[in-house]
Design a protein around this ligand. Structure first.
Ligand code: FE2
Ligand code: FE2
Length: 173
């Protein structure tokens, strides 16, 4: 019970630190286009990317693993910036699972100035599916792992990240 209480409060605990770095992208109209595209169950690409960025930051802070928190958050927020509905047949070239990281990087690089680490996070986040592109930095590995955990959680849970999404919504508007 005590552990459950700590887990719930931690969602808010890291909120200000997260939004300090994430708010510029989360408020950007181009990023908000991800709200149009469904991703896992009832979540949009925007919701999923926000959650991946948040939990990547939380766990990297707790484990003391990542040095560049800003790039970690920006790369995670843009890791699925492919801007189409992957559920619609023919919406992308090839198989979405294999091709969308390259598509997301192409879109993100066209819209935002990205550093090398941010590019790597986006391009390599689908390892081990994209077996030839393993993470080279801890930030990329963190996004890789958190992305998979979030995807499973979002597939199983009926209202995932409810508290986190409400918190961000309240503080961004
Ligand atoms: Fe992805
Ligand atoms: Fe993802």
């Amino acid at each position: 019970m005590q552990q459950l209480k700590q887990t719930k409060s931690s969602t808010i605990q890291y909120g200000p630190r997260f939004l300090q770095l994430a708010a510029p992208l989360l408020r950007d109209a181009r990023v908000r286009r991800m709200k149009q595209f469904p991703h896992h169950r009832n979540l949009t690409c925007y919701d999923h990317s926000l959650a991946v960025a948040y939990y990547s930051m939380v766990w990297s802070a707790r484990l003391g693993l990542c040095r560049d928190r800003r790039s970690l958050i920006r790369g995670a927020l843009l890791h699925d910036y492919f801007l189409y509905d992957w559920h619609v047949p023919g919406s992308c070239e090839g198989l979405h699972g294999f091709s969308h990281a390259a598509c997301a990087l192409q879109n993100a690089a066209a819209d935002f100035p990205l550093n090398r680490l941010e590019r790597e996070i986006i391009r390599r986040h689908m390892f081990p599916l994209n077996l030839m592109r393993p993470p080279r930095h801890m930030e990329t590995a963190m996004v890789c792992v958190v992305d998979k955990v979030c995807a499973v959680y979002e597939g199983l849970c009926t209202n995932p990240h409810r508290k986190l999404l409400a918190y961000c919504d309240n503080h961004l508007n």
